[in-house]
Design a protein around this ligand. Structure first.
Ligand code: AMP
Ligand code: TRP
Length: 334
């Protein structure tokens, strides 16, 4: 039997190369693996957990859907859909809320970080991992490819699945987080000690967005923070975090081994050479994506047709599991 894969990404801010390397690029690889059945979702309900401008949210949602296609996700091979189009997610999250102790949610690192930055913390922000668990569990998913930062949320989904199965009988598959060995944590280019993050996208020189202009990409990389030395090698030394981050980006995008990457820079004259090479690789690997995105986003009707198609396929999988869960919990099916 094929292993089912599910992952999602929020339409908050345009996605950056950290999202691409840590998540989306790996989805494309998973799509081309004959042993896997893949489902990828634009999780717009998750974006609502922090205040959003409705118009901007709509635009970014379409932009992200178009980006799925532009990076090579194929609606004939994978199910691609918008979370809010399938009511199982919101309904399922409610049911799972009623088996999830609140203490589990208050312990989540991302909740603690994000809530500390908000004046008013919305209930949805606390409940966010339960919605994520619903995304995963109602699709009988085996594998969840995500970056390091989402591991804790996938573990929570596992705990929820186990608790449900214990109370109501064997129902949910307990999913595995799939974290990339390398590139699972791309750091900010302005500050290599902090994860590259959408919520810091407003800070100058922090992110490279997938659709950024080549000139901007080059500028951001040439100005990225390194150290005062000259040694170009992978390293866990916090001092060398900037160089390590640039090498990790190069390694992930070229697919070369770490040894081969270090070899490429054995004769470099300094960090300038490294930065130039990294900029070239980033620009080359995003070029096609930019061109395709421009075409795809201009055909709104086709984009809407594909979203509808994806949602129909998603419903066909998740609705039967939702009915099963409702029945097990003692609800009367309508
Ligand atoms: P988010 O930006 O939180 O919507 O994350 C979307 C996906 O990208 C998730 O799978 C994250 O784990 C992954 N991700 C986010 N930031 C990074 C990063 N700096 N490096 C690698 N992966 C990331
Ligand atoms: N919470 C994830 C993030 O911010 C996105 C997400 C929502 C997700 N639902 C999911 C990822 C289900 C994997 C599986 O990155």
């Amino acid at each position: 039997m094929k292993r089912r894969v599910f992952s999602g990404i929020q339409p908050s801010e345009m996605i950056h190369i950290g999202n691409y390397i840590g998540a989306v690029k790996r989805w494309v690889e998973s799509q081309n693996d004959a042993e896997k059945e893949n489902i990828f979702c634009v999780v717009d309900l998750h974006a609502l957990t922090v205040p959003q401008d409705p118009h901007a949210l709509r635009e970014r949602t379409l932009e992200l859907m178009a980006l799925f296609l532009a990076v090579g996700l194929d609606p004939d091979k994978s199910i691609l859909f918008l979370q809010s189009h399938v009511s199982v997610h919101a309904e399922g999250a409610w049911l799972l809320n009623c088996v999830t102790p609140e203490g589990w949610l208050k312990k989540m690192t991302q909740y603690k970080d994000k809530s500390a930055k908000q004046e008013t913390v919305l209930t949805g922000l606390l409940d966010y991992p339960v919605l994520m668990a619903a995304d995963i569990l109602f699709y009988d998913v085996h594998e969840v490819p995500v970056g390091e930062d989402q591991k804790q949320h996938v573990e929570l989904a596992r705990n929820i699945a186990e608790r449900f199965n214990y109370h109501y009988g064997e129902t949910f598959i307990v999913p595995e987080p799939m974290i990339a060995a390398s590139g699972a944590r791309i750091m900010g280019l302005d500050d290599p000690t902090a994860k590259m993050s959408k919520s810091s996208a407003h800070i100058k020189g922090h992110v490279i967005r997938l659709l950024d202009d080549p000139k901007d990409i080059e500028r951001t990389i040439m100005r990225s923070k390194t150290d005062s030395g000259s040694e170009i090698r992978f390293s866990k030394d916090p001092e060398k975090a900037g160089v390590n981050n640039l090498l990790t980006i190069y390694h992930a995008l070229t697919g070369k081994s770490k040894e081969a990457v270090e070899q490429d820079f054995a004769n470099a004259r300094g960090y300038g050479d490294l930065k130039k090479a990294v900029a070239e690789v980033v620009i080359a690997s995003t070029e096609q994506i930019r061109v395709r995105h421009r075409d795809i986003i201009s055909d709104r009707a086709e984009l809407e047709r594909l979203m509808k198609l994806g949602a129909d396929k998603a419903r066909a999988i998740s609705e039967p599991r939702l009915r099963d869960v409702k029945k097990k919990m003692g609800l009367i099916l309508g």
